[in-house]
Design a protein around this ligand. Structure first.
Ligand code: SF4
Length: 299
């Protein structure tokens, strides 16, 4: 295990610890959030562990999250099924409205700990560092300029800081209540670092990893078509719930005088959503055919 990275992560958490309230630790139920949870305990920093229930989490994840001591579970105002009807479209790669509503809420005005890693994707590499600040970009950048900070601006207009020196700490202290400020203690960890760390500390982690999952996410998430199809086969009740939600969505669109794409029912929307083109096959047969043709063996 890379003890240096562990020590550094603990140092970051201690450095930025707010004086008068606990950190808001964002816990998803995946391996990275187990790392930050254990690191916060090792660092001895005050923290509260929060999980945002998405309503499309795998049952295994829900059970695992509930087993975490003192976890605080936030329930969303609208479920995924209600959100689909309200938005009038299924969530897609280009319209990820569900993330903002179901995954990213909570912790306003609190200093957050998150478990984002560069190794996860190119976007994460360019948009993250030890400290990430989103919100009030002009005011925040002006203040950073005034203090002579070394920072980068991300594509989405956020700011990242890449160390925990005194000036950065004071800056974070100054702005975290009015922005969304996140401390990223494992940003440079590799997958091996994560697993070595969890094994070393005896963390069982989400049981889905033992079923071959590489990542834990929402069932039916459109960001990865391969896992989307495999999961909708594995969890038929969620498939049915999506189809029912799409049924209600089509009806709501018609009632509002805004029919779309000649959709007449939820099954048609579902086929469109997953790009299942063989009309002679049932939805399930179509999904299985996709898997056979692509040779998708594992999640
Ligand atoms: S389904 Fe995907 S895009 Fe939607 S909230 Fe979940 S992770 Fe985000």
């Amino acid at each position: 295990m890379d003890k240096e990275k562990e020590k550094r992560a603990i140092k970051y958490l201690k450095s930025f610890e707010p004086e008068d309230e606990p950190y808001y630790l964002c816990y998803s139920g995946g391996k990275d959030s187990d790392c930050i949870r254990i690191l916060a305990e090792l660092a001895g920093v005050k923290h509260e562990v929060y999980h945002n229930l998405t309503t499309v989490d795998a049952p295994e994840t829900v059970r695992y999250v509930k087993s975490i001591p003192d976890i605080i579970i936030n329930k969303p105002k609208l479920s995924m099924w209600q959100l689909i009807v309200k938005t009038g479209m299924p969530p897609t790669r280009l319209m990820r409205y569900c993330c903002t509503t179901l995954k990213e809420g909570g912790g306003k005005g609190r200093l957050k700990i998150i478990g984002v890693r560069w190794a996860e994707s190119y976007n994460r590499k360019v948009n993250n560092d030890i400290v990430k600040i989103i919100g009030k970009p002009k005011t925040t950048q002006k203040e950073a300029e005034k203090r002579g900070l070394d920072y980068n601006v991300t594509k989405s207009g956020g700011m990242v800081l890449n160390n925990d020196n005194d000036e950065n700490r004071r800056f974070v202290e100054h702005c975290y209540r009015t922005t969304s400020t996140m401390i990223n203690p494992i940003v440079d960890w590799t997958d091996n670092d994560v697993w070595d760390f969890l094994n070393y500390y005896g963390c069982e982690s989400n049981p889905l990893y033992k079923c071959g999952y590489k990542r834990i996410g929402c069932i039916g998430c459109p960001m990865n078509r391969r896992t989307q199809i495999l999961e909708l086969i594995r969890y038929p009740i969620y498939r049915l719930n999506y189809i029912r939600a799409f049924d209600r969505m089509v009806l709501a669109r018609k009632e509002a005088g805004k029919p779309y794409n000649n959709w007449s029912n939820g099954e048609e929307v579902f086929r469109w959503w997953l790009d299942l083109n063989d009309e002679n096959l049932s939805i399930e047969e179509n999904m299985l055919k996709e898997i056979d043709s692509k040779g998708w063996e594992k999640l």
